[in-house]
Write a protein that binds this ligand. Structure first.
Ligand code: PEP
Ligand code: MG
Length: 556
């Protein structure tokens, strides 16, 4: 934007007005086209960004102000950016996060108009194997680039759940975000290696680093092709023990990837990420539309919908929450839902109504006591009663389970299991609470360990309680996608693993290459061990014996 001269005078006023009007018309048509192109990839709620941008272009005050400045003798682009500067300054002066974000929308619309004023019709074309480096990337910028040639995206700002990062994931473009000093370290034409696993960007790396990554990349691609070839085979051990491989999904555009990698269903649909994309809590009809669209895209596959798990590190921008010293031990997840029963019931009603023709289970997150479970069930029963009285079609037979992710729930497992249909183990939180190691704090990352003996014995306990009660047990934390843990988890008796879709092929391969009997022995031996080091050493040995170590090295 700094390259635009705000004082450029118009040479021919009529021509300048014409340029502005044509750019407006082209921008509007382009937004319609992009919305259409993106519709299969994004949920309706996110497509609204394009409508919002159209509204800006149709806003009399915005456009009128630009026209006035042109009429006073300025070139169209100068007039445009004078108005955008004014608006941005006003919006940025307001503390409200939502209004500040609107400044980005105005800038985004401004760049679209500018492109059309300059008749720069080419979409941002990239040469083959380009890595896009930017300070930030808005959703509409990403939809404009010809992503076919992009092999990576590196951004200085942004989080992994920013809209653009999520869309990049749907396109399967490796993306690294939050890279400090990125823009000052990279120049156009630099040679980059982007390691999506570690989040490191190497700028003009030494030839041996580059070679090493080329070899790794080739090997990785060959492995993936090989793994994908077994896509239709069921995940069952050689001696016939079936393990259902399900996907963890958050947004609508995670679904194509889940299907591509052969997910048999969804073991964890996190609803809070969709909520973050609305401007206020979505109402019952909006939620019905959201869930229905996702369930329809998943066909007949079973889907476990987890009720809202906000708080700690994920708050919708429209929710005002007081700052807490220990947010992970604070007001989060089911605690919020139970304290805001009317909001919670809207979600429960919407799930029950969307579940009419689908195999849906409801899961409550972060249950730490029987009282919480009973209160949640009471509200569910109330929601069902209301729907029944109102004569609204719904599914009264959805199964109900809990995410076991708080240590107290492990101790209470024998009592909790009597009042639910299934358990799903949320290792991401369970590990941090059991080991008192913050899951987001890099300083204690070495203490946050899934293969810790205390974690393993907690998992074994939960599984055995569920199995003794004849109920299903799943694991839906990140541990389910760790290939080094697969044999152990299968051997412990888990019948479902729910994981990031990208890892389904490798986990399927490991399951298919082993015997349940062997996995049981491995689980038995491991549970006797007292230290992480011993456990990891032992598992690596076993994987080596079984010829599976390469898979672990490649995908861990
Ligand atoms: C978990 O805690 O393991 C889990 C699956 O939920 P989240 O990561 O959303 O807290
Ligand atoms: Mg959790």
């Amino acid at each position: 934007m700094s390259t635009i001269d705000r004082n450029l005078r118009a040479r021919d006023l009529r021509a300048e007005h014409k340029r502005l009007e044509e750019a407006l018309a082209r921008s509007l048509a382009e937004l319609d086209a992009v919305r259409h192109r993106m519709a299969p990839l994004m949920p309706e709620s996110e497509l609204k960004i394009f409508d919002a941008h159209k509204m800006i272009l149709q806003d009399d005050e915005f456009v009128g102000r630009i026209r006035d400045i042109v009429a006073s003798g300025y070139a169209a682009e100068s007039a445009l950016f004078r108005v955008i500067d004014e608006l941005s300054a006003q919006l940025l002066a307001v503390a409200d996060g939502y209004l500040r974000e609107r400044a980005t929308d105005f800038r985004d619309v401004g760049h679209r108009l500018l492109r059309h004023m300059r008749q720069d019709e080419r979409r941002n074309q990239f040469g083959k194997s380009t890595i896009l480096v930017a300070e930030e990337l808005t959703l509409s910028q990403l939809t404009l680039v010809s992503h076919e040639n992009l092999v990576g995206i590196a951004l200085e700002s942004g989080g992994t759940t920013s809209h653009a990062a999520l869309l990049a994931r749907a396109f399967e473009i490796p993306t690294v975000v939050g890279v400090d000093h990125l823009m000052e370290s990279v120049a156009e034409g630099d040679n980059l290696v982007l390691d999506g696993n570690s989040g490191i960007v190497y700028v003009n790396p030494a030839p041996e680093v580059e070679r090493e990554y080329q070899v790794l990349h080739k090997r990785y691609e060959a492995f993936r092709r090989d793994l994908m070839a077994g896509g239709d085979e069921p995940a069952a051990t050689r001696d016939g023990n079936r393990v259902e491989l399900l996907a963890n999904i958050a947004l609508y555009h995670d679904i194509p990837m889940a299907l591509k990698y052969g997910a048999e269903g969804v073991g964890l649909m996190r609803t809070e990420f969709s909520f973050l994309t609305y401007e206020d809590f979505p109402d019952e009809n909006q939620q019905i539309a959201l869930y229905t669209r996702m369930l329809e895209a998943l066909g007949k596959r079973p889907v476990t919908i987890c009720t809202l798990d906000i708080g700690a590190d994920k708050y919708p921008p429209y929710m005002r929450v007081p700052r807490e010293d220990n947010p992970f031990l604070g007001w989060r997840s089911i605690r919020i839902s139970l304290e805001m029963p009317s909001l919670f019931k809207v979600q429960l009603r919407a799930i029950l109504r969307a579940a009419v023709r689908h195999d849906v289970k409801i899961m409550f997150p972060m249950i730490s006591s029987l009282e919480e479970l009973r209160r949640a069930r009471e509200l569910l029963a109330e929601a069902q009663g209301e729907l029944f009285r109102e004569g609204l079609e719904h599914n009264p037979a959805v199964k109900v389970g809990i995410m076991v992710e708080v240590p107290s729930a492990v101790w209470l497992a024998p009592r909790l299991i009597r009042e639910v249909d299934f358990f799903s183990i949320g290792t991401n939180d369970l590990i941090q609470y059991l080991l008192a190691a913050d899951r987001n704090n890099p300083r204690v990352a070495h203490l946050y360990e899934a293969l810790h003996p205390a974690v393993l014995s907690a998992i074994a306990e939960i599984v055995s309680v569920a199995r003794a009660a004849g109920k299903e047990v799943c694991i839906c934390g990140e541990m389910a996608s760790d290939p080094l843990a697969t044999l152990l988890l299968v051997g412990m008796g888990l019948d479902q693993l729910s994981l990031s879709p990208l890892f389904i092929p490798v986990i399927r391969k490991i399951v298919r290459e082993t015997n349940y009997r062997t996995a049981r022995l491995i689980a038995h031996d491991t549970l006797e061990m007292a230290s992480v080091q011993e456990i990891k050493g032992y598992l690596i040995e076993r994987y080596r014996d079984l010829g599976l170590i390469k898979l672990v090295e490649m995908f861990r």
